[in-house]
Design a protein around this ligand. Structure first.
Ligand code: C2E
Ligand code: MG
Ligand code: MG
Ligand code: MG
Length: 292
């Protein structure tokens, strides 16, 4: 254990750190360019109404179509975008794109459902979220009830006063608000009660083990109970098996989302699915024709 050895470790450590830093800077650069070149897009995962079996909403999930790397998932870049602040313009892109898509679908005569979008913590706390949302709704002439903002529990409890103010303003626009990944953020029920929230989305970590482990079953039961007591709707994320779906239906969970029903879909298959459950049997042909 010599001093020399120590130095060697340190140099190795520093080289690795430099490399990691370099990779992150490169990714940051690529992401900024991707935003300019319009390389982001959505996949849409349907959310099922547990009572009727019909699609009641879709969650828009961002992906990056990178010329070098192919399709890149949000776990790879949302965290970095939050750290660097790129999430502010990227998050604005998400809001505007979602509203533009709603308008496009409406104009094409599709049976519309709510579009849920993810708002990151920094975007909510630091960004001008109210103006971004209200102008995107106005510019596209969207009925605000078709837009739902998903905020994480951790984000909401960072600054309760600020959250209360911002949520109140957003609610005045008549958009819906849901709490994403619920159960992972240790929020106080008292705060939840005071926030103008419409839905809780149970984190998929609890759903995963619910049919088999008594403690997870108890947590899911408790969350559904809390939601009902507070007059909130509750949605289960990550439903992968028929057992999970049956368990949640039996507990009167309102909405079901997960691979058991649908994976996140590209726009075209989503349109087909929406149309096939609408009053019309076939998608409006002019819509599909423009999407090839
Ligand atoms: P989330 O909002 O909790 O979204 C649900 C994630 O669970 C999605 O992953 C979805 O594909 C995945 N999922 C859905 N059903 C199942 C299932 O049955 N089993 C499993 N194992 N996974 C399932 P995805 O698309 O990779 O997104 C990951 C996270 O990235 C999202 O978690 C959300 O926090 C974030 N994200 C996605 N799009 C956006 C966006 O536009 N803006 C921001 N700020 N964050 C986003
Ligand atoms: Mg979400
Ligand atoms: Mg979630
Ligand atoms: Mg999540």
């Amino acid at each position: 254990y010599s001093a020399k050895n120590h130095g060697g470790d340190f140099c190795f450590y520093r080289a690795e750190l430099n490399q990691r830093l370099h990779q992150r800077m490169q990714l940051d650069f690529d992401l900024r360019r991707a935003l300019e070149k319009d390389e982001f897009f959505f996949e849409y995962q349907p959310i099922i109404d547990a009572r009727t079996g019909r699609i009641s909403a879709v969650e828009a999930l961002i992906r990056w179509n990178s010329p070098e790397k192919g399709r890149v998932m949000p776990d790879v870049f949302i965290g970095l975008a939050e750290e660097t602040g790129l999430i502010l313009p990227l998050g604005e892109w998400v809001v505007r794109k979602a509203c533009a898509k709603l308008r496009e679908w409406q104009e094409a005569g599709l049976p519309l459902v709510r579009m849920c979008i993810n708002i990151s913590g920094r975007q909510f706390m630091q960004g001008d979220i109210y103006n971004v949302v209200s102008s995107a709704l106005k510019e596209n002439g969207i009925d605000p009830r078709y837009l739902e903002l998903e905020l994480t529990e951790t984000c909401l409890i960072q600054n309760v006063e600020e959250t209360t103010k911002k949520l109140g303003m957003l609610k005045e626009l008549n958009v819906s608000i849901s709490v994403d990944d619920f159960g992972t953020g240790y929020s106080s029920l008292q705060y939840l009660k005071n926030f103008p929230i419409d839905r809780l989305k149970i984190d998929r970590g609890f759903i995963k083990n619910a049919p088999h482990f008594a403690n997870h079953r108890a947590i899911v039961d408790a969350i559904i109970g809390i939601a009902k007591a507070m007059d909130l709707k509750v949605i289960a994320e990550g439903v992968e098996t028929v057992e999970q779906a049956e368990f949640l239906k039996a507990r009167n969970c309102d909405g079901l989302q997960g691979y058991y029903f649908y994976r996140p879909l590209a726009e075209e298959p989503l349109v087909v699915v929406l149309c096939s459950q609408g009053d019309e049997e076939a998608p409006p042909s002019h819509f599909l024709a423009t999407r090839v």
